[in-house]
Design a protein around this ligand. Structure first.
Ligand code: ADE
Length: 225
């Protein structure tokens, strides 16, 4: 999969993909991430990427020309399955959306800043608006990092244990069950006996029950979906 990220702050996005699972995805060639700075597509001497909004009001708006020029250049090079804008007014990100996007080949992501982007970019180029939650971040970069991580770890071959993404929270609309590791007793606090039993069917059953219990207690809304 190839992901092109348009951002005026590429530095903010370098580190998230240089560690752990995302780094492995990139090193294995399963995920390619390219950054593009709209500032490099400006034509004025001050490299202006934002401007006052028509009609007045606080907050700058990202200008249309540099973003449009950058998108046009990329679109001329390849077909994009989705051009995603990270925005608090987008569709809220969930596991089904991450699953669907992980099946695509080329994604473009646009990170907003300031008050937002000129609406005409959204009308004419954006195919999907995504929010990572009901709160406002100072830019779309951290949201893009979250989205790329959620997608990247689902790509075949990225996770070591091929099956492990299947047991994530949310994959069955269930939260994940509790997990334990050695020692089996610490400070008198014991690991549930069944997990030490070696009886796989019983362990699976226990995990399912725990997942159900946890979901009922913490996220009953998931069971209604
Ligand atoms: N940009 C600012 N806030 C955001 C959010 N909650 N989700 C996605 N992009 C954003």
């Amino acid at each position: 999969m190839r992901i092109d990220i348009l951002t005026v702050l590429p530095e903010l996005l370098e580190s998230p993909f240089q560690h752990s699972i995302m780094q492995r995805a990139v090193q294995k060639g399963l995920l390619e991430i390219h950054f593009h700075n709209p500032r490099d597509y400006t034509t004025d001497k001050h490299n202006t990427v934002d401007d006052y909004q028509f009609g007045g009001g606080a907050g700058m708006v990202m200008k249309i020309e540099p973003i449009a020029a950058c998108i046009e250049k990329l679109k001329a090079e390849r077909e994009y399955d989705e051009i995603i804008y990270l925005t608090p007014d987008g569709e809220r990100l969930n596991q089904p959306t991450a699953n669907q996007l992980s099946l695509k080949e080329n994604l473009m992501m646009l990170c907003g800043h300031y008050k937002g982007i000129d609406e005409r970019i959204r009308e004419h180029y954006i195919t999907k608006d995504i929010s990572i939650g009901d709160y406002v971040l100072s830019g779309g970069e951290l949201a893009a990092a979250v989205l790329v991580d959620a997608i990247g770890r689902l790509l075949p071959g990225v996770l070591n244990d091929e099956t492990s993404a299947l047991f994530d929270s949310f994959q069955d609309n269930l939260l994940a069950p509790p997990v334990y590791t050695r020692p089996s007793e610490y400070n008198g606090w014991k690991v549930p006996e069944v997990l030490l039993s070696g009886h796989q069917a019983k362990i699976d059953e226990w995990r399912y029950e725990q997942a159900l219990k946890r979901t009922e207690e913490r996220r009953p809304d998931l069971l209604e979906e």
